[in-house]
Write a protein that binds this ligand. Structure first.
Ligand SMILES: *Cc1c(COP(=O)(O)O)cnc(C)c1O
Length: 395
């Protein structure tokens, strides 16, 4: 049995999205900036896609800027707020310790350019509170950027409350909603979100395409200089097949959200309940406010990498945390941020589900994971030390 349980890293494109893309290669191949009718037909298709994306977020079409993905959208949102903040002498930015690297590394770069960054602590409940944001806001704060939902541990942040706090203080609020769009109900106006990043491939759309929502009136700087595309804010001929595929996938994800989430949440809860029976393990992330498809655990006395390889051999594609940190020996900054010590953080497993998974697949995971954990523990010198009392259990 093959089980794909790494949907937080990327999803399989839906057949509807794929089908919607094909005419963009064969029929609507014109450049939307061309004045002839072939170009103008492509422009119409582009406008239609923009309207679909806007409808899912509750904003206007002209507030949507297409990008090459979530990372570019994050970079542009943060760079824009920083540039216009600095013009007013405001060089303080608030974020959280468990953001995606697209946010954290942009903030690191800004720090080198003289900005002061406050990263909110996420140990308590593996989440942040709006009160923490409120307490951190200063006279010179030019941006609050907090992810909508964490990609590794699934915590869903209190975005509406944070939005209200930011609105009250008059500070622009950006959210990296890459894990939330298509999975959670979002309305940028009701939630007082000023900027929002999303990515097509996290909700069964194509890779290499995303969008940035920017509230009308908020100024942007370019990350990609070039032509007048995207109201002059993102140069480059539009990736029409990608944009159309993303728009269709987003429309479907939003239309089927409640139905999909009911199924995915039930599978998630079954996995959590089953895996919690393994001794000396801990669930990562906020138990109540959690992405429908996220299961994240730390198992003491094992290496997450070995666990993944054994699971792969049993047909299960999982992750130790983030696809972006795998390949490096450092434990995940997210797991360290929630307070897991190095040894424990190394024994992590993330299973991220989609509506395409089945109950039989969950049964296979629930058989395989306890077996592999036991096998690895039996080979582990650390586990032996824990069992003989030479070392103390943490979990
Ligand atoms: C995947 C992801 C990104 C990056 O999106 P890309 O489209 O792959 O650049 C950013 N933030 C979060 C939370 C993600 O999960």
């Amino acid at each position: 049995m093959q089980v794909y349980a790494d949907n937080a890293a990327t999803t399989k494109i839906s057949s509807r999205a794929l089908q919607a893309m094909m005419p963009c290669f064969e029929k609507f191949y014109g450049n939307p900036s061309s004045l002839h009718s072939v170009g103008q037909e492509a422009k119409e298709v582009l406008d239609e896609a923009r309207a679909k994306v806007a409808a899912c977020l509750g904003c206007e079409a002209r507030e949507i800027f297409f990008t090459s993905g979530g990372s570019e959208a994050d970079n542009q949102a943060i760079r824009s707020a920083a540039f216009y903040g600095a013009k007013k002498g405001k060089k303080h930015i608030i974020s959280t310790a468990f953001e995606h690297h697209a946010v954290l590394h942009t903030l690191k770069a800004l720090e080198k350019e003289g900005f002061e960054i406050t990263l909110l602590d996420v140990k308590e409940g593996h989440n942040v509170t709006a009160q923490q944001v409120k307490d951190a806001i200063r006279e010179d704060t030019c941006l609050v950027t907090c992810m909508y939902a964490n990609n590794e541990i699934g915590s869903v942040l209190p975005i509406s409350d944070i939005g209200a706090v930011c609105k009250e203080a008059g500070v622009p609020f950006h959210t990296d909603a890459v894990q939330a769009v298509g999975h959670l109900h979002i309305n940028v106006k009701e939630q007082n979100i000023d900027m929002l990043s999303l990515s097509g491939h996290k909700f069964h759309g194509p890779k290499g395409v995303g969008a940035l929502y920017v509230r009308r009136g908020l100024p942007l700087v370019n990350i990609i200089e070039g032509g007048a595309q995207e109201r002059g804010k993102r140069g480059g001929t539009e990736n029409l097949p990608g944009i159309v595929g993303m728009a269709v996938a987003m429309e479907d994800a939003c239309a089927n959200m409640d139905q999909n989430n009911a199924k995915v949440t039930a599978m998630r809860d079954k996995l959590i309940a089953g895996l919690e029976k393994i001794p000396h393990c801990a669930l990562n992330g906020d138990r109540e406010n959690r992405l429908p498809g996220n299961v994240s655990f730390c198992f003491e006395g094992i290496e997450g990498e070995s666990l993944l390889l054994y699971l792969d051999a049993m047909g299960i594609s999982a992750s130790s945390g983030s696809a972006c940190t795998s390949g490096s020996l450092d434990p995940s900054h997210v797991l360290l941020a929630i307070g897991r010590v190095h040894d424990v953080a190394h024994g992590s497993l993330r299973l991220s589900l989609s509506h395409e998974n089945t109950d039989e697949e969950m049964d296979h995971i629930l058989t395989a994971v306890p077996q592999v954990v036991e096998l690895l523990r039996n080979m582990s010198p650390v586990w032996r030390d824990l069992q003989t009392g030479k070392r103390e259990y943490i979990l």
